[in-house]
Design a binder for this molecule. Structure first.
Ligand code: GLV
Ligand code: MN
Ligand code: MN
Length: 405
């Protein structure tokens, strides 16, 4: 099946009619449809399909028990109203690259795996890369069991409802030990390749990043009868904190975003009792990130006190800086430089990926495909057909170089 046909099959799954964006959240019906699609692609190619203890899907050519496997793939879930490319481009390109290698008559000396990591975006349970974190031992089963969605459904209950047994969640060192190299292809989530005029790039590093929950508590009261001076309105320090986050990040050359907020009681004619905002912040270096988040928290505390509100800050997740394996990165550059004659820029990124989680355990690399607008986590995310083809061919070259020496 061609790249185009695979892409067309995935396009309608989990698409929200109003926004045109995707709502493929972990362990929902849309996620199940994506998983069924993946299993079918594996079967169509005669690959062995398996779902691991943490709900990640694998398709194997050859026996992974032989070890030193070359693995590629990405994720199929999305952020709320996400684009079509973030994740699926890596999975579809993986199957298309295998098809290309078979067309070339490649002879594989190593097992080749294609993976769909579960719950990469963390859109439903708040923590990103749950599938790869569990596998790498970066998230314990106990922590995973406590993850809860906005409806109060826990991760194990959601897994069970989707037909996956949550009883065996946990680290999977044997599986990781069989992998000699993992290469994730991903749409670029910025404009570096557009600016440099290159269709494909190689990742150097992922910025350290994390998510913090800010709970501002005040006093619910009547919006019409409570005098301004009598209010303890937590919306005010929250609003000032959003502005402070922008200021602190801009000053430091970092990024800070409040993209999710929950208000209680959430009534148009009531002063809120609680405003809960989630901060996502990232920077090139750990010290800068620490300084930015500390500055935002300091401002939030001062504003909360000034408005008679209280503040609790909880760090919900954190991923330290990831420096991808230098030897593998250089090998990719060599392969692409010699076989395809490509000039491949090496880029850092502020976006998180399963490849970042795995990189502590397995030699890991990433390929980026040009995104002409740089827009991502939005329905406007895009890549041209020509660049998608360039990505598939680059991935095929890399897999051939690594698995068919
Ligand atoms: C995942 O895409 C992230 O960077 O949040
Ligand atoms: Mn994403
Ligand atoms: Mn992604």
């Amino acid at each position: 099946m061609s790249f185009h046909s695979m892409w067309a099959e995935l396009l309608p799954i989990g698409r929200a009619a109003a926004s045109g964006g995707y709502r493929r959240f972990a362990w929902t019906g849309a996620d199940a449809d994506c998983r069924a699609w993946f299993a079918q692609q594996a079967r169509d190619r005669g690959l062995t399909h398996e779902v691991d203890r943490n709900g990640n899907q694998w398709a194997w050519l050859g026996d992974p028990a032989a070890g030193d496997a070359v693995v590629t793939g990405s994720h199929l879930d999305s952020v709320p109203d996400g684009g079509a490319f973030d994740g699926p481009l890596g999975v579809v390109s993986a199957f298309a690259a295998l098809d290309e290698l078979r067309r070339r008559g490649a002879r594989f000396a190593k097992p080749l795996g294609i993976v769909n990591f579960g719950d990469e975006e963390g859109a439903r349970f708040g923590l990103a890369c749950v599938g790869s974190r569990l596998t790498a031992g970066a998230l314990t089963a106990e922590q995973a069991h406590r993850l809860t969605d906005a409806e109060g459904i826990t991760l194990p209950r959601a897994m069970e409802a989707a037909g996956h047994d949550p009883g065996a969640l946990g680290p999977d060192p044997e599986r990781l030990a069989r992998i000699g190299a993992f290469v994730e292809l991903h749409v670029e989530q910025g404009r570096a390749l557009d600016l440099s005029g290159d269709p494909v790039g190689i990742a150097s590093a992922i910025w350290p990043h994390g998510r913090w929950r800010f709970d501002f508590r005040g006093e619910a009261n009547h919006a019409g009868t409570t005098r301004i001076t009598d209010r303890r309105d937590p919306m005010l320090p929250y609003a000032e904190t959003v502005l402070a986050a922008r200021r602190e990040a801009a000053l430091a050359g970092a990024v800070a975003t409040f993209g999710k907020v929950a208000v209680e009681p959430n009534g148009v004619n009531a002063v809120p009792s609680l405003v809960r905002g989630w901060l996502d912040s990232r920077a090139e270096g750990q010290d800068t990130l620490d300084t930015v988040v500390a500055g935002i928290e300091r401002a939030a505390r001062a504003h909360a006190a000034a408005h008679g509100a209280t503040l609790d800050v909880t760090r919900e997740s954190f991923t330290p800086v990831v420096e991808f394996d230098h030897a593998l990165r250089d090998e990719l550059a060599r392969i692409l430089g010699t076989t395809a004659g490509l000039k491949v820029p090496v880029l850092g990124t502020g976006a998180g990926h399963d490849a970042g989680i795995l990189s502590g355990r397995v030699p890991t690399a990433m390929l980026f495909v040009r995104n002409p607008t740089g827009v991502s986590h939005s329905p406007a995310e895009s890549a041209t057909e020509d660049d998608c083809t360039a990505g598939v061919l680059a991935l095929a070259d890399v897999l051939e170089g690594l698995a068919c020496p």
